[in-house]
Structures are given as C-alpha cells and as structure tokens.
Design a binder for this molecule. Structure first.
Ligand SMILES: Nc1nc2c(ncn2[C@@H]2O[C@H](COP(=O)(O)OP(=O)(O)OP(=O)(O)O)[C@@H](O)[C@H]2O)c(=O)[nH]1
Length: 669
C-alpha cells in the first residue's frame, strides 16, 4: 500500500489528467460547435441566395419569353385580331408559357385575351391587368406587376412589354400572366418539405407571402411569421432597396433567419430555422466528444497512476523500510506517530543517527575497556583476524619477547616454532569452531630471541559480517607442566589418552584431599554443610560409539570429552579418568547443592556439545552421581563406591541426569 505522499501524487496526476481531458473536450466541442454553426449559417445563406437567383432568372426568362412573343407581332396583326390569334396559336409555342396572354392596341382597345390558351371576350379581362397594360403603354417600358388577386390559388404576376413600330412609336402592348403556383414561377414544391423547425418563405416587399410550405399561409402577411416579422420590420426601418448579392443571416428569438432579395419583382426569399433544430446534430457530436474524452481520461488516468506508482516505487520501499525501522526499534519520544513518508523517513534517519551516536559512544567505551584489559590482564591475550595478529595484551608481548607494535599486523604463523605446530592449531581451530566454537591445546611458540615458549592456547572463534574469521586466544605459559609431562612420573600418574590423572593418581589425590578436608574441619575453616564433593561421571551408551563408529572414534570422543570436562571444572576443582568411560570430578569445599548445580552444568554442556566424526555429528550424554564427603570420613573406598552407586541410580533412572547421595546411604535406597 503506497504512503500518503505517493497517494497524493497519484491523486494530483489523476486530477491533472481529468482537467486536461475536460478542457480539451470543452475546447474541441466549443470549436466544433462554432465551426458547425458557421457552416450551417453559410449553408442556409447560400441556399436562400440560390433560390433568390433562381427566382430572378425565372423572372428574366419570363420577360425574354414575352419578348420572343412580341417580336413575332407586326403592327398589321394588331389590326386583325383573328389573324393575331391564329399566328399566336400556330406559330408561337412560347405563348403556352404563360397562364394568360393579353394584347392591346395603342388606342387602348384589347384585341386579344387568351386564358389558358383559349380565346376569351375582352370584357372578361381583370381590371388590374388592364391597368398594367395601360401603364406600360404610357411609360413605354417593360413592367413586372405586383401580386394580383387575393386568394392563393388565383394569385398571379403580370409581365408586360410595349410593342414598338419601326419609327419608335408604341403601337401596342403585350402582357403575359403567370399564376404564382404555376410550375414556371413559384411551385409549391419550392418550400417543401414542410417542417415545423425550418421554413422557406418567399414574400413581397409589402410583406405578402407568395410561397410557404403551408399553403394556407400563402397570401398571408409576413408580420404574422414568428421571428421573420422582426427581420422584416428591421429591413423596412432601414429603407434599403432590394438587390441581388450576398444574403444576410440574423439570429432573432432563437431563430436563424437568412434573407436574400429578388430585385426585379421586389421579393424576398427567407429561410427561418429554429436554433435547436439547427444545433440538433451538434448535440450528438458533443455527446460523442465528451464520451470519448471520458474514456481517454479514464485510460490515461490509469496509465498515469501506474506510471506514478512505478516512479514512486523506490520511495514506497524507503517508506516501508523506515516504517519497519521505527516499528521494530520504537519511535523516539519527540517523534509523533505519523504515516507520511517524509516524516517517517526523517524520523527513521533521526533514529539511525541517534543509534549511530550511541554505538559510537559504545564502541569508544568498548575500545577503552579492551585497552584496559589488554594492558592489565595477567594472562597473555592475542586477537587474530584472517590469519593476522590484530591485537596483543601487554602480558602476551612479555611472554613472547616482542613489543606489541612488532607483532600487530603480522601473520599468525610467525608466532609458531614450526609449520607443523601452526597446522595443528589450524586443524583444531576448524574442528573446534564446528563443534564448540572454541578450541584448546598446547603449542610450541617461538620467542623473539628464538627460544621456545610452551603455551596452552584457549581459543574462541567469531565471524564478523564480512565473513572474516576472528579468534581470541588466551595464552598460558606451560613451561613447567610441559616438562612435568615428559617426566616418567607423569606417565605413571596420568592417563595417556586424555592427559587426565589416572585412577592411581586420583585415589592418592582424593585421600590427600580427605586429609586436608579433615584438617580444615578441625580448624573450623570449612563453610557450613561444605565438604569435598565427588562427582562420578559415566558416558551413556559409550559401547554404541565403539560399535557404530569404531574404537578410534571412541578414543577421539573420550579425548574431546576430557578436554571439555577439564575446561568446565578447572576453576572449581579437578578431573580424573577412572578407566574406560568413567570419570571423576573432585570439588573441594563444596556443598551438595553447589555440587549438584555444577554437575547439572556439566551434564547440560555435554548434551549441547556435538561430537563430529568423519562429518557425522552425534550427541553425547552423561550420568552423574554425587557424594559429598562428611568431615569425619577417613576412607575413600566407601565414598567412591557411594558415588559409583549414585551414578548407577542415575543410569537406572533413565541416564542423562544427576543423582545426589550420601556415603551412608544404603545400596538399596
Ligand atoms: N574406544 C575405547 N573404548 C573403551 C576404552 N576403555 C573402555 N572402552 C569401552 O567402553 C565401554 C564401556 O561400556 P559401559 O560403560 O559398560 O556401557 P555403556 O555402553 O557406556 O552403557 P552405560 O554405561 O550402561 O550407559 C566398553 O565397551 C569398553 O570396551 C577406551 O580406552 N577406548
């Protein structure tokens, strides 16, 4: 789980992505909305312009058709209406272009009235049409009438052209009438399809509607067209003439109104569209833009979170590490409990700094202690690391005859009298390190003056973090002991395998101990309840070692066991080998309770020790019987027998245990 700082960074990344996505979507939708509106406005403007031009060209075409008719009429024909009728019907298909055609002479007499191709009496001509014919005659120029008629079905427009003789005199006038809803001018299909939200309307400069998708609105007034009324009123107030050119688009009351003029008949073409209808496709586009943006924001947001988690991974690891340091080692008092990475890290660093300071003081203190020990210790101490002499005590330097500076940093090998001694130590070191973490032995070292120093070396192994092997030796000058050992008396009193006193020497020493014990008792120098404690020790199931690993392994076990035993009791008493796998330990001036405690320590230490032979480790246990000699005891035999019996009872009770008895105890007890 990432810490709060990383979580905050992730949240910020997510917000940034969402904000950027939202902003981009808004800008795109806004820009696309504007562009689309502009395009739709342009489209609508273009459309009304196109329709206006179309209408203008139709008007022009109507005038041209009328001109073609006029060209075919001679002044003579005006004198003969029947001839005129025949000529028009036969030779001028253009006549059929108009819904009605009328011809009048200069004297004002109507000589031709063709209604839908049929000759009708002159009197039936509409008065408005007759007026326009007369106006054309008077003005001598072509005219296009306003809208004639009041009903949509009969609404019409009249085109007129003066007939001019060769001398330039107006001899007559020809007029063509087109119904608004005829195919030639404003077919109803022009405004279709009829939709509520958009209408194409053609109206005159007076506001009379000529074309409308709803037929019933034709001949109505543009002032009642919602939205268009305002645009029309504005145009009228500006008093601008109607001319062809670019159409114009305005927004009035949520309606988009585009208008373009048809100058000759003074008409307007207008398209009125409700804004919501116009923008309907835009809403769909906006929706899809926002959905796309949301999907992109989600995907990019997830990616950003993952990227942030990846980038912050080292910080998360540091955070966890700091957490575990503070959890396992406790928060400093000044540090409030917090989970923020920076606080935790600085807390952990403070803690480590304090620890380092503390360790520095400890190290300095230990160094001073070590220095004191090395200078004052009455025994020789040598500290080695990776086969080099690292530190020596003052006593060791005196024993060896070298100054400490001369030896420190030198190879360990240099101390030994010969290569064989050194190799023996190395082997013992390896074996001892595996089995007990320590070793001991007697070695011949070489002093500076070349003389031999027989020393007992007690070593302890240690490995530091760099796997360098360090050892601490305690050197004991064995010159006297060594000489003794090579005397014939030594071999008579000591066991050759273990170097421990043998049974004979043991009994002699035990008797002497008993005498001394009696003297002390008489002199009342013995502590209350104290006496000489005899520990009878027998290795459990030793036969099995011989049987399984061989006699040589049994010998090695006895040897190593003896060293261990001697090491364990050398400061409190002495040990002897009674024979086979039987040993004794004598503890002078000792109570039964203390003897039992020491015996228990021996038992536990042996149980902990592993005897390794040819790579195979085995556990050894011992049974111990204890008897403390009373002050008045004079014979050792019953004492030794009692201790043997105590050991026997320990065996009988299941072995690997300690049993305390008294000399007077009955054998059956
Ligand atoms: N390797 C070796 N074996 C010895 C030596 N002296 C005696 N032994 C053997 O030590 C064994 C002593 O066995 P016991 O003490 O009677 O019996 P145990 O197997 O120890 O069984 P418990 O004492 O009843 O637990 C005998 O098998 C002897 O042969 C010796 O110097 N070296």
């Amino acid at each position: 789980m990432p810490g709060p700082l990383v979580r905050r960074m992730m949240l910020i990344a997510l917000l940034c992505v969402a904000l950027a996505g939202g902003l981009a979507a808004w800008v795109i939708s806004h820009a696309s909305g504007e562009e689309m509106t502009e395009r739709l406005v342009r489209q609508q403007t273009d459309e009304v312009e196109l329709v206006a031009r179309l209408l203008a060209s139709k008007v022009e075409q109507s005038q041209k058709v009328l001109g073609t008719v006029a060209e075919g009429i001679t002044p003579q024909m005006l004198q003969s209406p029947s001839l005129l009728e025949w000529v028009l019907k036969q030779g001028l298909p253009a006549v059929r272009f108009f819904d009605a055609m009328e011809i009048a002479r200069a004297d004002g007499r109507l000589i031709l009235n063709l209604q839908s191709g049929k000759m009708e009496p002159a009197a039936s001509v509409d008065m408005d049409e007759r007026d326009i014919l007369l106006r054309t005659m008077v003005q001598g120029k072509p005219l296009v009438s306003g809208v004639l008629g009041t009903a949509a079905a009969s609404a019409r427009v009249m085109f007129t052209l003066p007939l001019v003789a060769d001398d330039g005199k107006v001899v007559g006038v020809v007029g063509g009438v087109l119904r608004l809803q005829s195919q030639g001018l404003l077919p109803h299909s022009l405004g279709l399809p009829a939709r509520d939200d958009s209408r194409l309307i053609v109206f005159t400069s007076d506001g009379v509607i000529l074309s409308h998708p709803q037929l019933e609105r034709v001949m109505g007034n543009v002032r009642s067209e919602p939205g268009l009324d305002k645009a029309y009123a504005q145009w009228r107030s500006e008093l601008k003439p109607i001319s062809t050119g670019r159409g114009d688009t305005v927004v009035v009351q949520d309606r988009l109104i585009s208008m373009a003029g048809v100058p000759m008949p003074q008409w307007w073409v207008a398209r009125v569209t409700e804004s919501h209808a116009l923008l309907a496709p835009l809403h769909g586009t906006h929706r899809s833009i926002w959905w796309t943006a949301a999907a992109c924001v989600t995907a990019v947001g997830l990616l950003a979170m993952l990227a942030m988690a990846w980038v912050a991974a080292p910080l998360t690891r540091l955070h966890r590490r700091a957490q575990s340091i503070l959890l396992t080692q406790g928060l400093p008092d000044s540090q409030p409990p917090t989970s923020a990475e920076s606080d935790l890290l600085s807390g952990a660093l403070d803690h480590l700094e304090a620890q380092q300071l503390h360790h520095g003081h400890q190290a300095e203190f230990s160094r001073l202690q070590l220095q004191g020990i090395l200078e004052q210790a009455p025994v020789g101490i040598v500290i080695t690391r990776n086969d080099q002499l690292e530190l020596l005590s003052q006593q060791a330097s005196l024993m060896l005859g070298f100054s400490r500076a001369e030896l420190e940093g030198q190879l360990v090998k240099r101390l030994f009298a010969d290569e064989a001694q050194f190799e023996t130590l190395e082997r013992q070191m390896r074996e001892g390190a595996i089995t007990r973490g320590g070793y001991e032995g007697e070695f011949a070292l070489r002093r500076k003056d070349g003389s031999l120093l027989w020393a007992r070396v007690l070593g302890r192994m240690a490995f530091d973090r760099t796997s360098a092997m360090a050892a601490v030796w305690v050197l004991e000058d064995m010159a006297t002991t060594h000489e003794e050992r090579h005397s014939p008396q030594w071999s008579r009193s000591h066991d050759a395998l273990t170097n421990l006193p043998n049974r004979t020497a043991f009994l002699e020493r035990l008797k002497a101990q008993l005498v001394r014990n009696a003297e002390l008792a008489r002199a009342e120098q013995l502590s209350a309840g104290s006496g000489v404690a005899l520990l009878f020790i027998d290795v459990d199931h030793f036969t099995l070692v011989n049987d399984r690993l061989g006699h040589e392994a049994g010998d090695m076990l006895l040897k190593q066991f003896s060293s261990l035993l001697e090491e364990l009791v050398r400061h409190v008493g002495w040990a002897a080998r009674l024979g086979g796998d039987e040993f004794a330990v004598v503890l002078p001036d000792c109570t039964a309770a203390r003897a039992e405690m020491i015996a228990e320590h021996i038992r536990a230490s042996v149980e902990e020790w592993e005897f390794v032979y040819e790579g195979e480790a085995s556990i050894t246990t011992v049974s111990i019987g204890i008897v403390v000699a009373p002050a008045d005891l004079e014979e050792v035999t019953p004492w030794l027998r009692a201790a043997d019996m105590a050991c026997y009872y320990a065996k009988r009770a299941g072995r690997n245990r300690v049993v305390v008895r008294e000399v007077a105890d009955k054998a059956s007890a």
